[in-house]
Design a protein around this ligand. Structure first.
Ligand code: HEC
Ligand code: HEC
Length: 314
């Protein structure tokens, strides 16, 4: 390539003409002079300065298995003890969750609700909105594994909490107690007590209590005397009228709501009767674990209010 010649630096004259640097190659190759716009250049310098400050303050460069930590510090609390570490987003998150404005406000509101009486909470839309959003999170973490999202439960395993049927009681107090202390539902098996005929008869009677027509009247009447008599002793837990006994977690048998067997899903009377008979023969034992040592009283209160609401609030 030839050495560049020189000519006068030229400023644009006519429109469309561009300023040149004055360098000329091969007689007529000129070099345009298009300097970077000022604003662009200054923005570029600003980003350089920014990144230098950033590298200095915050974690930035990987070096041999670790990284430059920066000189910025962050203070936060873990279980009441203050901690200090170089700035990092995990510590920042911990700090926000513990002492951030939103977290503090949330804790204060939780406390207000925990100390308010039940009716106040149920009639205050702000409190209820808080209860529902806050409790949904705890429910997801601690309860949904068994009771399923929304408390729908699984027949035969975990009770549905979203209906108005409660074995242990659906008041907020009763639900609080269920969550705090846990519950153990127990009905003895009658395998050794009943022969097939008796078991069939009691099942027919139980179905008649729940309003299912179609049972053999003789069976129903025999079943009734076993239910109400010494042999079955069912009344001791389920009550003379079959309305249940909340202190034992013994369900109401008259409402046609079933937790352990899918009676309403069965195709016909014979199938329904078989389901009930088998349940009576095998008995039931189920346990709801206690959460008194895993959740704070305020959390349990909020959760109980939420679960009470799920069941239609009755
Ligand atoms: C390991 C599974 C499991 C977990 C987790 C669990 N439960 Fe239960 N829960 C049960 C079982 C089983 C029962 C039925 C107990 C019985 O009556 O036999 C039950 C019963 C209940 C009842 C009583 C229902 C009624 O009809 O009276 C309530 C209320 C309840 N659970 C709420 C909760 C809440 C709230 C949580 C979360 C803090 C939770 N449960 C976590 C298994 C579980
Ligand atoms: C010691 C108390 C007790 C006695 C006695 C008892 N039950 Fe129960 N029964 C219960 C309890 C508690 C449950 C609920 C268990 C659970 O869901 O965890 C239950 C559940 C049932 C269910 C299932 C209800 C459902 O929703 O799935 C039927 C049906 C039933 N009992 C019928 C009877 C009959 C019939 C007798 C007499 C032959 C009888 N029980 C005797 C305590 C008793």
């Amino acid at each position: 390539m030839n050495e560049p010649g020189h000519e006068q630096q030229s400023a644009p004259g006519k429109p469309g003409e561009v300023e040149t640097t004055g360098h000329v190659w091969d007689g007529d190759l000129r070099e345009y002079n298009n300097p970077l716009p000022r604003w662009w250049l200054w923005s570029f310098y600003a980003t350089v300065v920014f990144s230098l400050i950033y590298w200095l303050l915050y974690p930035a460069w990987p070096i041999a298995g670790t990284y430059t930590k920066g000189i910025a510090w962050i203070n936060y609390e873990v279980e009441g003890e203050s901690q200090r570490s170089h700035w990092n987003s995990r510590a920042l998150l911990v700090r926000d969750m513990q002492t951030g404005d939103a977290a503090v406000r949330q804790r204060e509101f939780l406390q207000v609700i925990a100390e308010a009486d039940h009716d106040t909470v149920l009639s205050d839309t702000d409190m209820l909105a808080f209860v529902n959003s806050y409790a949904r999170g705890i429910f997801g973490d601690f309860c949904a594994a068994c009771h399923q999202t929304g408390g729908a439960g699984i027949i035969g395993l975990y009770p549905n909490l979203a209906d108005d049927n409660w074995h242990w009681g659906g008041t907020i107090q009763a639900i609080e107690q269920t969550i705090t202390r846990g519950r153990m539902g127990y009905m003895p098996p009658y395998r050794e007590t009943f022969d097939d005929q008796q078991a069939d008869a009691v099942a027919a009677y139980v179905l008649s209590l729940a309003g299912h027509e179609g049972g053999d009247p003789e069976q129903v009447s025999l079943g009734g005397s076993i239910f109400q008599g010494y042999e079955g002793g069912c009344y001791a837990c389920h009550g003379r009228e079959g309305l249940g006994l909340k202190s034992l977690g013994a369900p109401n048998l008259t409402n046609d709501i079933w937790q352990n067997i899918d009676v309403t899903g069965a195709p016909g009377h014979a199938e329904r009767q078989a389901l009930v008979r088998d349940l009576i023969l095998r008995g039931v034992q189920r346990e709801m674990p206690a959460f008194g040592d895993r959740l704070s009283p305020a959390e349990i209160r909020v959760l109980a209010t939420y679960v009470h609401q799920l069941g239609g609030g009755l």
